[in-house]
Each structure stands twice: as structure tokens, then as C-alpha cells.
Design a protein around this ligand. Sequence first.
Ligand SMILES: C[S@@+](CC[C@H](N)C(=O)[O-])C[C@H]1O[C@@H](n2cnc3c(N)ncnc32)[C@H](O)[C@@H]1O
Length: 286
Amino acid sequence: MPERRRAERAVKQGWRGIAANVASEKLTSHTVAMFAARLTRMSSIIAALWLVLGTFASPLPTAIAENSVSMPLYREGRGSPDGIGKFYQGREIAAVMGFEGAPWLERPSRASEERTDLLVEELHLQPGMTVADIGAGSGYLSRRMAPIVGPARVFAVDVQPQMVALLTELSQKPEFRNLVPIQGDSDDVKLPSASIDLAVLVDVYHELAYPYEVMRSLIRALKPGGRVVLVEYRGEDPAVPIKPLHKMSEAQIRREMSVLPLTWERTAERLPMQHIVVFRKSATGE
Ligand SMILES: C[S@@+](CC[C@H](N)C(=O)[O-])C[C@H]1O[C@@H](n2cnc3c(N)ncnc32)[C@H](O)[C@@H]1O
């Protein structure tokens, strides 16, 4: 990230400046004292920079300390037709479902095939909860959550502008005034810090091109004690009629979340085809 690179360059330049001065100046007691003062000043700057970098710019050192995420995070490889040839924790990332798939998300049979009523029940929504629907698509789930939590907001985030256009149309209807469409980036959900009680990703996580970065940005947006719910077609079950890269096993989901500052809370298996896996951010924040 540019801030990180700028800050790292500043650190390097600072040290180079000190070294050059030491080499060129006579080591009188005065210059030694000045050098010591400069060193102290530089140390404070470096400490401050690393504090800023560690908190905002670079999630990696924290993640490595928390759990073992192997570096580099991603590996490029021979991809399959439904994947992007990029691998994360042994899993090939699936290609994003294009906006042309919006009618499939809205198919009338979805409610009975996926029992979306049970899914909403499992989210334990309460009036006043601020919710984020990450990878909201055409807004199928946002529409079902908005009336329950209103007047609190449902942030409906998507990376495809065409999906955001559909969400914007939805948000202009009087009954969905609390739905807030957000254009996300492929590596950032673009939500305000510590603003969300619950974030839901329905059939989305497996196709995030930057799963680690997206989850870090999402965790920043969660309030302390907030929940993240991943809903994924069961990868363990060959009878689930979905392409393999668009399914995930519960073990893989939990493995990928284990490198993040989240605690697994429960897995609900009430849906015909999908896992509902619930994680929580610690009550004290990260
Ligand atoms: C299979 S659709 C699911 C849509 C919706 N959750 C549903 O169940 O109806 C996946 C959605 O995730 C979105 N998506 C993919 N990567 C994303 C990212 N990095 N940030 C936000 N949305 C993303 C896609 O644009 C697509 O709309």
C-alpha cells in the first residue's frame, strides 16, 4: 500500500541520514550528544510509524503473530475452468459470479431450495442491529433483513457496479430506505470502522479474490463482539448440485478463519445445502 511504502521509505531514509552524518562528522562530545539526541528522535518516529503501520496499513504482522498464515499468502497455479488460478490455503479461488447471474439469485424456487427463511432465522436479527450484507448481489438477503433491523441500516456491499446499481434501485423504494448500497473494492469492504453488529456473506467468501484482505477490512468494520456469518454450499456433500469451487467444507472455512482475529462460535446445519458458520470478533476488539 502506498502509505506503507512511504512510511517504510521514511524509516530507511532516516537511518541512512544518521549513518551519513556519523561518517562525515568529527566525533566530538558535542556531535556524540547530538547523534544520541537524533537517535532518540528517530527511535520515537520509527516506533510511531510501526504503530501506525501495524494498526492501519499492514495486517500481516498481527496475523502472523495470531496464527500461522503461510507466506506468501497466495500462490498462482494452473487454474480450473471455474477458478482464477490463484490459491489460498490450499483452495483455488472461484471466479466471481457475473452480474448476468442476478436472475438466478432471484429465482422463485430459491426460497424452498435453500430455505432462506431458516437462514434469516439463524442470523438472530434484532431491531436496531446494524448489518452488512457482503457480496449482496441483487439484494435477495438484504431485502429480507432490512425490515427486521430497521430503522437501523443494512449496508449492502458489492464489488460489481451493475449489482450496486440494482441495490441502489432497491434502496429508493420506501420500504428499503434503510438499505445503504456500497461499492466495495476487491480487497476492501469500504465500511466505517466499528460500525457493524453482524456481517453476512452468502455464497460469497469462496469467490473473494483477496479473502484475507477483505476479511481484515470487514473485521475492522465490526464492532467489538460483532459477528461474521459465512454461508457456503457444503463441499463435503457430492449431492449438492453446485460446481466444486463454489462449495466449501466446514473444515476449510474454519481453517481460513483461524488466521484471523475471530473465534468460531457455532455451525448450524439446518439448511438443505449450505453450512451456516458463525464467528465472533472479541469483545475487546482485535
Ligand atoms: C454468488 S453471488 C451471491 C449474492 C448474494 N449474496 C446472494 O446470495 O443472493 C456473489 C456476489 O459476491 C460479489 N463479490 C465477489 N467478490 C466481492 C468482493 N470482494 N466484495 C464484495 N462483493 C463481492 C459478486 O459481485 C456477487 O454479487
